[in-house]
Design a protein around this ligand. Structure first.
Ligand code: SF4
Length: 331
């Protein structure tokens, strides 16, 4: 493991069991590496496994198989005090700030609780640190916000409180799960700029989860595309947007151009719809929807292979295309 790697997953699997229903295979064989102070965007539609991946990396969920290393330490199955220590280093910003803040508690309560619990500050120290946190996320003067309840704040202010709460633990790593998707378009740039400036000042590492390639390109150095719980493509942000190689990435890009900031619009594909995560069948997870699929795609799982420096793709079109394709037009 390189010395500047902060978090690394190896062969990560997360499966959910359901009574009288097939299991959900939410994350499959996932290998990801995040370097210190890097932002990696995890992009995909609803149901692609993004949120499960994020929640597993911060250990709100436990993987069924595989390992998560944080600063070289295996945190995949830690419990009790070790897990509490990890939660002060790895935090999550939820998609819906209204749902993630308790409506019966004030802003001050939401921020002081983790300050006392995770940083072991006294009441006086927690009050002072609370004011500093509000200033860091642009909620000034702090006295205006400290005693407000979530419903008394705007959507953008609520998300700033949620970001301040994640900072209260003094983390190194933050998973930001669709942090702007529930906000008005006019507020989104402000939250992205806040995340950017906090990273520059505090040396944070982000996993930025989104369905929106435009914001992924703005905020991140690299983009990983997830489909059916597996990595379809990973590259530098510019390379992925300029030279998408996987048919699914190409669909996402078309959707993002046609409907910026929104979930996918109808596009040419065999069977539109979210991936079926209950299927543990062989072959490429995207095959049921892929216009270019052929027999091999139904039988074998394509591996991630490099096609350029820092650019890997899991698709047979790039590794072993058919000699006489029927419907292959090329990516
Ligand atoms: Fe499509 Fe086959 Fe490539 Fe999967 S491996 S994306 S099914 S062409």
């Amino acid at each position: 493991m390189d010395s500047d790697v902060l978090i690394q997953t190896e062969n990560l699997h997360v499966r959910f069991s359901r009574q009288k229903e097939p299991d959900i295979y939410a994350v499959r064989s996932l290998n990801l590496t995040l370097k210190e102070k890097e932002t990696l965007a995890l992009v995909g539609e609803s149901g692609s496994g993004k949120t499960t991946t994020g929640q597993t990396l911060v250990r709100l969920l436990r993987p069924n198989l595989g390992t998560i290393r944080f600063n070289g330490e295996d945190v995949s199955r830690i419990r009790g005090k070790s897990l509490a220590r990890y939660h002060s280093r790895a935090q999550l910003i939820f998609q819906d700030p209204f749902a993630s803040l308790n409506p019966f508690h004030t802003v001050s309560y939401h921020l002081q609780r983790p300050l006392r619990r995770l940083r072991k500050l006294s009441s006086k120290e927690a009050r002072e640190a609370c004011s500093e946190l509000l200033a860091q996320v642009g909620l000034t003067p702090h006295a205006t916000f400290e005693n407000k309840y979530p419903h008394e704040l705007s959507g953008g202010q609520r998300q700033r409180v949620a970001i301040a709460r994640s900072l209260a633990a003094n983390p190194l790593f933050i998973v930001a799960d669709e942090p702007i998707s529930m906000l008005d378009v006019s507020l989104r740039a402000g939250i992205l700029q806040l995340l950017e400036s906090l990273q520059a000042k505090q040396g944070l590492t982000y996993l930025y989860i989104t369905h929106d390639l435009a914001s992924a390109r703005y905020l991140s150095q690299r983009i990983a595309v997830l489909y059916g719980g597996s990595l379809a493509e990973i590259a530098t942000a510019e390379d992925l947007v300029q030279h998408p190689a996987h048919p699914y990435t190409q669909l996402l890009l078309q959707a993002s151009v046609q409907s910026p900031g929104k979930e996918a619009v109808p596009l040419p594909e065999k069977h539109p719809g979210a991936p079926d995560l209950s299927m543990n069948r062989p072959g490429c997870p995207f095959a049921p929807r892929c216009l270019y699929a052929w027999k091999k795609c139904e039988e074998e799982m394509p591996q991630l292979i490099p096609i350029a420096p820092h650019h890997k793709v899991a698709c047979f079109l790039t590794s072993s295309p058919p000699e006489k394709p029927n419907n292959v037009q090329g990516p």
